[in-house]
Design a protein around this ligand. Structure first.
Ligand SMILES: NC(=O)c1ccc[n+]([C@@H]2O[C@H](COP(=O)([O-])OP(=O)(O)OC[C@H]3O[C@@H](n4cnc5c(N)ncnc54)[C@H](OP(=O)(O)O)[C@@H]3O)[C@@H](O)[C@H]2O)c1
Length: 250
């Protein structure tokens, strides 16, 4: 169990340069964590975030770049983080690629990218991080999706990957107990996809209408839940908390 008193706890967050991942990084940093920011393409955003955090607390954030489908690169990144701080207390699996694929035109490249970033990469990242988490009674928080349970039409490979990702959380919770807790978060509508230029305001309004709380969630909603799971939920493992404004009730 990571207590805030643990000296200089270290969190590795994937996909941390922007959007929800960046908010998770700021939230953990504010609670005293040193932050290893993983990114792939968004190196400039990641460096800017590291600079922002290092201005608040010197040498408290650093950036690692890796393609999550490249397993040797994932393992190398973990070694580099451990060289930086000698340990990792928390892993947040946040990175994900997300785009539609229909059965009639999906290809193997899309399969490899969606499964690689949402499932295979996180699995081997957990494998690489497990020894240091075991030594430090650490924990893993994996960001899933409400569509892991009820699929989003036209996004089958993504949904298959996130369903596997949810089972990863439960399976590794059993395998890594009693020292390491593994939990997940299933967000609903939080931020519109990066390709939101294709989404008209009318469609966004239709999506929001279906949410019982009648609004989108915020990155802070996810970041606060991740911090809770990592630092306070001492008797929880193998659980996936839904943060969706009630969407999955409908
Ligand atoms: N946004 C939502 O409303 C929503 C809803 C449900 C679930 N979620 C889940 O919440 C998490 C964060 O959502 P988000 O919308 O903030 O994510 P996002 O912006 O779509 O993606 C986060 C980061 O993932 C990284 N990434 C993607 N493919 C990668 C790969 N192959 N290797 C390494 N990094 C890769 C990218 O890093 P670079 O930019 O550095 O390349 C990207 O910035 C995701 O797991 C997502 O599935 C989000």
């Amino acid at each position: 169990m990571i207590s805030i008193a643990t000296s200089n706890p270290v969190v590795l967050i994937t996909g941390a340069a922007r959007r929800i991942g960046a908010e998770i990084a700021r939230t953990f940093h504010q609670r005293g964590f040193d932050v290893a920011l993983h990114c792939y393409h968004s190196i400039q955003d990641a460096n800017a975030l590291a600079q922002e955090l290092n201005t608040v607390r010197e040498n408290s954030a650093t950036v690692y770049q890796a393609q999550l489908t490249d397993i040797p690169a994932v393992k190398k990144m973990v070694q580099e983080v451990i060289s930086w701080r000698k340990k990792i207390n928390v892993l947040v699996n946040n990175a994900s690629s997300f785009y539609p694929t229909t059965l009639d035109n999906a290809n193997e490249e899309q399969w490899d990218e969606l499964i690689g970033s949402n499932l295979k990469g996180p699995y081997f990242l957990c494998q690489a991080v497990a020894p240091t988490l075991q030594e430090n009674n650490g924990s893993i928080v994996t960001i899933s999706d409400i569509y892991a349970r009820n699929p989003l039409k036209g996004y089958s490979i993504y949904c298959i990957a996130k369903a596997g990702n949810a089972m990863l959380t439960k399976s590794l919770a059993k395998e890594l107990a009693p020292k390491v807790r593994v939990n997940g978060i299933a967000p609903g509508v939080i931020l519109w996809p990066n390709t939101d230029d294709q989404m008209s305001d009318t469609i966004k309004q239709q999506v929001i209408e279906k949410v019982p709380l009648k609004r989108t969630g915020s990155p802070e909603d996810i970041a606060r839940t991740a911090l809770f799971l990592a630092t306070s939920a001492s008797y929880m493992t193998g659980q996936i908390i839904t943060v969706d404004g009630g969407s999955s009730l409908t």
